[in-house]
Design a binder for this molecule. Structure first.
Ligand code: ADP
Length: 151
């Protein structure tokens, strides 16, 4: 018996969770895809954030729901506007890596007030997108932990 309280055990376990245990599949579009096609991808794939890459799968930007809404309220022809015009671009993208602590990634989501982070692997050419970490993934981790501990 370690003498640890339930709360201490909970925290101890939570601090061991890694991003790659909870990340989802990334949904990616290329930079020259139209805003129209990005909106279609967002609906078809049922995600709130799309990641934008170049032809070599290197991260160049992020598209959120509001980015696409903002681009849609003008009178432009959405099929002729490429997403690289409206996306949030590198180097202003907040990322995490597979081996990062889930808690540190959660902290970034809160600090930056965003819904998701691209999970990336640094390479010579840039950051390769390998996953997607959202508030939903973190909620799942919390629920799983609570159920494990029979709280
Ligand atoms: P929504 O636009 O639906 O509120 P977010 O809160 O995630 O979704 O996005 C807010 C803004 O932050 C958007 O302009 C989006 O492009 C940008 N953004 C989203 N995720 C990231 C990220 N990981 N790094 C940098 N900027 C991001």
């Amino acid at each position: 018996f370690t003498g640890k309280t339930g709360s201490e055990l909970f925290t101890e376990k939570l601090k061991k969770f890694k991003v790659d245990e909870y990340q989802s599949r990334p949904i990616v579009v290329e930079e020259d895809v139209s805003v129209y096609d990005a909106i279609c991808a967002m609906f078809l794939e049922d995600v709130g954030t799309l990641f934008v890459t170049d032809q070599h799968s290197i991260l160049t930007g992020v598209l959120s729901r509001k980015d696409l809404l903002r681009a849609s309220i003008g009178n432009q022809d959405l099929t002729s506007v490429p997403v690289h015009i409206i996306m949030t671009r590198m180097p202003n993208i907040t990322v995490c890596e597979p081996e990062d602590l889930l808690l540190d990634a959660a902290q970034k989501l809160i600090e930056k007030q965003i819904d998701g982070l691209p999970v990336v692997q640094p390479t010579e050419e840039g950051l390769k997108v390998v996953g997607r970490l959202t508030k939903t993934n973190i909620t799942k981790a919390l629920v799983e932990l609570a159920r494990d501990q029979h709280l």
